[in-house]
Design a protein around this ligand. Structure first.
Ligand code: NAP
Length: 273
């Protein structure tokens, strides 16, 4: 790889970002597509300063992660309709000095689900009420899915349920919820605490399709239990790959090299253990 005066710069901004696999994914995509571009991780709490830097230095694109996805919105020149409705931006394009925000998490989750199952008209229980749950809730609602939100903290769960116009149930009442789809969006079960599971096995019904958006490990304890009960399962890798692939497409206008980026992310996850 040659870095020279023509190299274009992209990155991810967040706090912390040292766990992020986005540099691995996007640099694999640039390299596979023969682009003279690099993607770096920028760990900062100063999102305003980051945006000024993007403009001043001509940084072409930025991924946005925790804790900046909502705070960045009023600082941008333009925000795409879906990102505005969700209230979260995870992608910024620098269009000749105008910073435009998008949300690729939501369509990526929908795509990952629809690769395995039909969602329109189905019922869906979303566990969690954070940023990911919010993005997934909005796009599923737009797809005609009947939602229920479950969350550890009632106030946050009820707040998201109110925004989505749907019901809220406490985590301990999950056993009584009949649902076609279950989408797990909390960090419970993530490496290294991968023996944890957010719900008891008895709460899973055989015909439920279960998606866990955690991608490290690929198969969480929840997904192992679901598989043992005969449920169709979907891991978080598809969502992660699709959100990054769509960022690459927005920044470059090129078709994302899905196979190469999947290989790079899988290798990074496997070798990190
Ligand atoms: P977030 O905004 O911080 O929300 C976290 C949610 O998890 C909240 O609802 C929180 O409940 C709940 N939670 C946290 N710890 C819990 C515990 N010990 N027991 C029960 N509930 C707990 O985070 P986020 O951005 O939504 O991300 C959540 C997870 O999704 C992370 O693991 C992240 O890596 C993953 N993710 C994956 C993708 C992908 O592409 N596959 C994309 C985005 C995020 P309270 O309200 O009670 O605190």
């Amino acid at each position: 790889m040659i870095i020279n005066q023509h190299t274009e710069l992209f990155g991810v901004v967040g706090y912390p970002v040292n766990h992020s696999l986005s540099p691995t994914m996007q640099n694999a995509a640039f390299s596979e597509s023969g682009l003279n571009a690099v993607y770096l991780a920028f760990e900062t709490r100063d999102i305003g300063g980051c945006l000024k830097g993007m403009k001043a230095l001509g940084i072409r694109g930025m991924s946005v992660t925790i804790p900046h996805k909502s705070a960045v919105i009023p600082l941008l020149d333009e925000v795409d309709g879906l990102a505005k409705r969700i209230g979260a931006v995870n992608t910024i394009i620098n269009d000749e000095g105008r910073l435009i925000g998008y949300n690729t998490d939501a369509p990526a989750a929908l795509k990952a689900l629809e690769e395995s199952t039909e969602v329109s008209g189905k019922t869906c229980l979303i566990i969690g009420a954070g940023g990911a749950a919010r993005a997934i809730g909005f796009i599923l609602r737009e797809r005609g899915v009947h939602l229920t939100i479950a969350n550890r903290t009632a106030a946050r769960g009820e707040d998201l349920a109110n925004s989505l116009g749907c019901a809220y149930v406490p985590l301990k009442e999950l056993e009584v919820v009949e649902t076609d789809l279950l989408v797990q969006t909390t960090p419970v079960g993530m490496y290294p605490k991968d023996e944890q599971c957010i719900i008891s096995p008895g709460a899973l019904k055989e015909r439920t399709v279960v998606m866990d958006i955690i991608y490290n490990p690929f198969e969480t304890r929840l997904l192992r239990i679901a598989t043992a009960r005969g449920c169709l399962t979907i891991n978080g890798l598809g969502m992660f790959i699709h959100q990054g692939a769509e960022q690459f497409r927005l920044w470059t206008g090129l078709k994302p090299p899905i196979a190469a980026i999947t290989r790079a992310v899988e290798m990074a996850l496997t070798s990190a253990k």
